[in-house]
Design a protein around this ligand. Structure first.
Ligand SMILES: NC(=O)c1ccc[n+]([C@@H]2O[C@H](COP(=O)([O-])OP(=O)(O)OC[C@H]3O[C@@H](n4cnc5c(N)ncnc54)[C@H](O)[C@@H]3O)[C@@H](O)[C@H]2O)c1
Length: 333
C-alpha cells in the first residue's frame, strides 16, 4: 500500500499521486483464469506454474512487497484506488486489503457462509480472526474460533466469536458441547444427533498446525481431521491455510512429500465440499474497501504492533511465536 510515484508507458488508469493498495497476487487480469475470477491462478505471470505473488516460494520472479518502493506489474489491474491520505484513520483498515481481509473473506465463500450459518474457524491469526469477522459481517448465527493463544482468542471474543482453547481438550468435542446451549439445538428445531457440529468449517492454520499429542510439534493433518469431524453432513470446508507439495521439515518421508493422512472416508460419507488454494484477492478488493469507507468494516482490530522498517526482524521473530503479536504493521518513515 502506498502512493504512486511513477507510472510506466503501458499504464493508463493509475496516475502519479494516487493512493493505492495492491493484492499479494501478481496477475495479468486478462488470461482465461483471471477473466473468470481466478486471478490467484493467473496463467501468465508465473513462468513455472499457475499463480504468482510477491515474495512467495515458487510463485514467480517477484521480490517481496515489504519495501520502500515496489514495482507493480499490470498496475492498472492491480492497483485499487483509495480515498483519503497517508496516515489517516483508515490507513490500517485499507492496508489489510492487500491480503488477509480478502483472503479471509474468500475463506467464508469457500465454506459457503451465509446468514444464519454456524461456523468453526481453526486458527486465530490474522486470517482466522478476519474469517470469523467476515462470517459475522455475513450474518452467521454462531462463530467458533479455535487456537491456543490467550491474546489471539481474546481478540476473537472481542468481535463476538466464541473462543475455543484446544489445550483444554479436543476442540471438536468442545464445540459440540457449546452448541448444545444454542437455542435452535435446545429447542430441537434441528435433529441434534445428526447436526451436532457446525455447517461451515474454515482452516486458517495450514500445514504448520500444532498437533494434539505433542503441542510443541507440528501435525500437518491435525486441522483437516478436526474439520472433517466437526462439520455436519452436507457441510462445507474452506481451506485457505497453506499446504506444500514438499515440506523439508516433515516428520517422516510421507509428510516430506506433502502426503497427509486425513479421514477421507468420513469426509466422503458426510458429503462435505472442500475448496482450497490461494485467494483471488481482486474479487473482493473493491467491495471490502467500500465496506471500510462506509464504516461497516474495521478489520484493523487485528493490528497489535506498529514498527519501523528497522524493527521488522524483531517483529517477525515475535510474530513467529503466534501469540501477542497478531499483526505488525511496518511503516516507512
Ligand atoms: N490461501 C491464501 O491465499 C492465503 C493468504 C494468506 C495466508 N494464508 C495462509 O493462512 C494461514 C494462516 O495465516 P495467518 O497469517 O493467520 O497465520 P498465523 O500463523 O499467524 O496463525 C495461525 C494460527 O493457528 C494457530 N494454530 C496452530 N495449530 C492449531 C491447531 N491445531 N488448531 C487451531 N489453531 C491452531 C496458531 O496458534 C496461530 O495463532 C497460513 O497457512 C498462511 O500461509 C493463505
Amino acid at each position: 500500500m502506498g502512493v504512486v510515484e511513477e507510472v510506466g508507458e503501458g499504464v493508463s488508469v493509475v496516475k502519479e499521486g494516487d493512493r493505492v493498495v495492491m493484492p499479494f497476487n501478481v496477475a495479468c487480469g486478462t488470461c482465461y483464469n483471471c477473466l473468470r475470477g481466478l486471478s490467484g491462478a493467473c496463467l501468465v505471470m508465473n513462468p513455472e506454474s499457475a499463480g504468482a505473488a510477491y515474495g512467495y516460494a515458487e510463485m514467480g520472479p517477484y521480490r517481496g512487497g515489504q519495501a520502500e518502493l515496489l514495482r507493480v506489474p499490470r498496475a492498472d489491474w492491480a492497483c485499487l484506488q483509495l480515498p483519503g491520505r497517508p496516515g489517516d484513520d483508515r490507513e490500517e483498515d485499507f492496508l489489510l486489503l492487500s491480503d488477509v481481509f480478502p483472503t479471509a473473506y474468500q475463506a467464508t465463500e469457500m465454506a459457503m457462509v451465509s446468514p444464519g450459518k454456524t461456523v468453526a474457524v481453526f486458527g486465530a491469526g490474522p486470517v482466522g480472526l478476519l474469517s470469523a469477522y467476515s462470517s459475522i459481517i455475513k450474518g452467521a448465527s454462531e462463530v467458533y474460533v479455535v487456537d491456543r493463544s490467550p491474546a489471539r482468542l481474546e481478540r476473537a471474543r472481542s468481535i463476538g466469536a466464541v473462543p475455543i482453547d484446544f489445550t483444554e481438550g479436543d476442540p471438536v468435542q468442545q464445540i459440540k458441547e457449546r452448541r448444545k446451549e444454542n437455542a435452535v439445538v435446545k429447542g430441537s428445531l434441528h435433529p441434534e444427533m445428526k447436526l451436532d457440529g457446525v455447517e461451515c468449517g474454515i482452516d486458517a492454520v495450514g500445514y504448520q498446525a500444532y498437533g494434539r499429542q505433542d503441542p510443541e510439534e507440528y501435525d500437518p493433518a491435525q486441522v483437516l481431521s478436526d474439520l472433517v469431524n466437526v462439520v455436519n453432513p452436507a457441510g462445507h470446508l474452506g481451506i485457505v491455510g497453506a499446504y506444500m507439495p514438499q515440506d523439508p521439515k516433515g516428520r517422516n518421508e510421507q509428510e516430506r512429500n506433502g502426503l497427509l493422512t486425513i479421514p477421507f472416508g468420513l469426509l466422503w460419507t458426510k458429503g462435505l465440499s472442500m475448496q482450497t488454494g490461494q485467494a483471488s484477492v481482486k474479487n473482493f478488493h473493491a467491495p471490502l474497501r467500500d465496506l471500510i469507507v462506509a464504516g461497516k468494516a474495521e478489520p484493523s482490530f487485528i493490528v497489535s504492533d506498529r514498527v519501523n522498517i528497522d524493527e521488522a526482524p524483531e517483529a517477525y521473530a515475535q510474530f513467529d511465536k503466534r501469540d501477542e503479536v497478531t499483526k505488525a504493521v511496518i511503516r516507512f518513515e
